[in-house]
Design a protein around this ligand. Structure first.
Ligand code: F8G
Length: 254
């Protein structure tokens, strides 16, 4: 089985949850859900997963399929409790994400008269100051990776530190995974740092697709994101996503 770009993204997302231990994983979106379920079946069997609505599941079902064994109930009001005490790693989307790790899912343009109204900030503020938080970007482009977001929904490290220990003590933007590469925020001054480019993607392509500077450590040689193992490929293709739903988000021929 030849790994596709979507499979590489799923493996990169699984790696982002690999060292979390027994916490509540909250993937928002298709590839994040696939990567979290892959991680639960391979690297982190202690990861607590849900059906994305209100049920904790004993084992990860295929994407959008009903879970067979329910372990618990987690309605929205209880999610807020979990958000408050932090045993959670959420991977949200990001309509915009900037060089300082701020995320926008709220609106585009001037807040008083936005050119586009989006989802709203939802759980992003509380997530980023209380829990480990990661982002998934299915279409890496200069309008997503920007110098400064139009509205701060998810808070980056510099703003969290400026707001004081209440906002910075548990702040942990862990990974930003896009269809081109993997990043963290350990560049100079807590800025975007390129960790790996997906196989077939060049550093120049990442730079051209980013509307802000991207820090690269050392001499500029960037590792490649790892390929999924044969076991992971079987799990993705035959167990978790046999219908190939992941290709709706990251095309098979990417
Ligand atoms: C743009 C851009 C851009 C898009 N720049 N323009 C244009 C300029 C585009 C379109 C138009 C629309 C804990 C918790 C919660 C909960 C818990 C508490 C959360 C209870 C749950 C509920 C709650 C947050 C989770 C996410 C989703 C983040 C995304 C994407 C999308 C696409 C996939 C949904 N850069 N981009 N445009 N939610 N969002 O040309 O213009 O804007 O664009 O954690 O909720 O309250 O708290 O959305 O947008 O993580 O992932 O936004 O609407 O389809 O159509 O792409 O074409 O109309 O002209 P979309 P899209 P036009 S945690």
């Amino acid at each position: 089985m030849t790994p596709t770009r979507a499979d590489v993204c799923a493996a990169a997302i699984a790696d982002a949850f690999a060292d979390d231990g027994e916490i509540f994983a909250s993937p928002m979106g298709l590839l994040p859900m696939l990567g979290v379920r892959l991680c639960r079946l391979t690297q982190n069997p202690d990861l607590v997963i849900s059906d994305g609505e209100s049920l904790f599941l004993a084992s990860p079902p295929p994407l959008f399929a009903k879970g067979d064994v329910v372990e618990g109930w987690i309605p929205f009001r209880r999610v807020f409790d979990v958000v408050a005490y932090g045993k959670r790693h959420v991977m949200m989307g990001a309509t915009q994400v900037d060089r300082h790790g701020n995320q926008n899912i709220s609106a585009i343009g001037d807040f008083a008269r936005p050119t586009r109204q989006l989802l709203g900030s939802r759980g992003a503020p509380g997530n980023t100051v209380n829990n480990r938080t990661s982002y998934w970007v299915p279409k890496h482009s200069p309008r997503v990776f920007v110098e400064q977001v139009d509205v701060v929904s998810g808070v980056g490290p510099t703003r969290a530190k400026a707001a004081g220990t209440g906002a910075s003590r548990y702040h942990d933007i862990h990974r930003i995974v896009s269809n081109l590469a993997v990043f963290d925020l350990h560049g100079p001054g807590d800025t975007l740092r390129l960790l790996s480019v997906h196989p077939g993607v060049t550093l120049d392509e990442v730079r051209e697709a980013s509307g802000c500077d991207v820090h690269v450590d050392g001499d500029g040689a960037v590792p490649e994101s790892r390929l999924p193992t044969p076991e992971e490929l079987v799990l993705v293709n035959e167990v978790l996503d046999p219908k190939g739903l992941r290709f709706k988000e990251v095309p098979r021929d990417a």
